[in-house]
Design a protein around this ligand. Structure first.
Ligand code: UN1
Length: 510
């Protein structure tokens, strides 16, 4: 079967509609293919090292001006960005689906996440609070101020090609910084679209009388060398990088070496524990979405499932049935739940993990390639693997829809196994036992940055701080007080008296 789906033409129509000129994505050296069909949909010109260096210098200049604009006015720019995203939601969501292979509701959901963080950042622009602190010296006042930091580097991954930029950029911009974005080489087209929407918002902001420097938001198209440039450049005080633990291991020490800040969002190997009192209907849906959704390509995807032996035989056959019947195919078609893997490499890695799981005694349901007429695309049936114990591939993150299922009999033992992997991003427990639920979210419970009760580990909202512990990298982005990472804190003490009392009672009379 062949198909007539012309995604190159549709990509062009969307980009034109959003305002990206065709010379930005034709005739270059960086080829982009859609995982939906495997067909090429664009060719971008890559930035040279010297162009990128100049761009970083310009972004630094932009920061020097932008930091003087009052934060609520900076918020107005982000409010307009939110409006552009609302107007462009359908087009950008569709482009996310074409470039990444997300099903329609997830492509749109990703843009909604951008809109949500813009709203959050607008509110934040009037709430960049510091404290007033009691001082031991009379006629003194001590307070803390939060100041803009500089040109912020953002390195994003293919799986959330635009939302991750917005979590960082919306906050960074209201905090008075400029941003330089190096998107994944696999997903630069959605980045071009976002940059165009940002420029539209900027134009409206300036038309309203707002002041903004040039180069407030810069997009760098290219490979790893451009990411390295951001990591090593003295005028980039913070790099927020999303990707594999291997990438983080390379980036983290280099940033530390020059005392720059890092927000690292690296691998996840997220688990859920299903307890004897769990609502199994709800558990089934929670597990199915978190494990199979986005074709297993979220860093919060559910990868390990510990099921109590009293409910194992009720839950696991139902899960196997869901794995057997889930609709896999063209993510642009209504009714599809599982789209393609990003590329052939992802497919190969999935197959090696499954082979290793089998060798370690695993029993596999699914996992095979599913043909659907697109020869160069990689569709797979999600795999459910019953494992005798947590060994081999179960301890690693394979960025594919593989769920390892293990039986347990003792809650504390399940909790210990839950925490016995190097990663620490997201986690869940399904239970109606208050003691188990509270223990899971307590200090001796899940060791992850995100711990949920009676819902799966994926699908976090922007209001919470997003990130994880251990090899996940320790960074926090998005909601709560994550904004503080994008600013520098100054402690100010002011003497409004006529004497000079010294702290700690020190005497120094000259
Ligand atoms: C990621 O996979 O990079 O919680 C982030 C979620 C999303 C973010 C995932 N809001 O699944």
């Amino acid at each position: 079967m062949t198909t007539t789906l012309d995604l190159a033409a549709e990509t062009k129509a969307i980009l034109t509609d959003i305002g990206v000129s065709a010379d930005r994505y034709t005739g270059g050296t960086l080829a982009v293919t859609s995982p939906v069909t495997g067909a090429e949909i664009g060719r971008l010109r890559e930035h040279s090292t010297s162009e990128a260096k100049a761009a970083i210098g310009n972004a630094h200049e932009a920061f020097l001006a932008w930091r003087n604009v009052p934060a609520p006015k900076r918020g107005e720019l982000v409010r307009l960005l939110g409006e552009e995203l609302r107007a462009g939601k359908a087009a950008l969501g569709r482009l996310v689906s074409i470039e990444v292979g997300k099903i329609t509701s997830e492509g749109l959901g990703e843009v909604q996440e951008m809109i949500d963080i813009c709203d959050f950042a607008v509110g934040l622009s009037r709430q960049l609070y510091g404290l007033t602190i009691a001082t031991e010296r009379s006629e003194h006042r001590m307070m803390e101020s939060w100041h803009p930091l500089g040109a912020i580097g953002i390195i994003s991954a293919f799986n959330f090609p635009v939302a991750v930029w917005s979590w960082n950029a919306a906050l960074a911009i209201v905090c008075g910084n400029s941003t330089i974005w190096k998107p994944s080489e696999k997903t630069p087209l959605t980045a071009l679209a976002v940059q165009a929407l940002f420029e539209k918002a900027l134009k409206r902001y300036v038309a309203e009388g707002g002041e903004a420097p040039a180069n407030l938001s810069t997009l760098l198209i290219g490979g790893r060398d451009l990411g390295e440039l951001l990591v090593d450049h003295p005028q980039v005080p913070l790099v927020s990088a999303t990707g594999s633990t291997a990438m983080g291991r390379a980036v983290g020490p280099r940033l530390a070496g020059r005392f720059a800040r890092a927000i690292l969002e690296l691998g996840g190997n997220n688990a859920a524990i299903v307890c004897p009192t769990a609502d199994l209907d709800l558990t089934l849906r929670g597990v199915a979405f978190s494990a199979m959704g986005t074709a297993g390509q979220r860093c919060t995807t559910l990868r390990r499932l510990f099921v109590h032996d009293s409910v194992y035989d009720q839950l696991v056959p139902r899960l196997q049935k869901a794995y057997g019947s889930v609709t896999i195919g063209n993510p642009l078609e209504a009714g599809t739940l599982v789209g393609p893997l990003i590329d052939g490499q992802a497919f190969d890695r999935m197959q090696s993990a499954l082979a290793a799981a089998k060798a370690a005694g695993g029993t596999i349901t699914g996992g095979e390639r599913v043909g659907n007429g697109f020869g160069d695309a990689f569709y797979v049936r999600p795999a459910l693997v019953e494992m005798p114990e947590q060994t081999g591939p179960v301890e690693q993150e394979t960025f594919a829809p593989i769920l390892y299922v293990m039986k347990y009999s003792d809650f504390n033992q399940a909790l210990a196994l839950h925490n016995a992997v190097p990663q620490g991003l997201s986690s869940s427990i399904f239970t109606n036992d208050m003691r188990e639920a509270e223990t899971f979210v307590s200090a001796r419970g899940s060791d992850c940055g995100i711990a949920n009760v009676n819902l799966g580990p994926s699908g976090a909202e922007i209001g919470g701080a997003f990130g994880g512990e251990k090899e996940t990298g320790g960074g926090r982005e998005s909601g709560s007080d994550a904004w503080k990472a994008y600013m520098r804190r100054a402690t100010n003490t002011i003497n409004y008296g006529r004497t000079l009392p010294l702290a700690q009672g020190v005497k120094f009379d000259v």
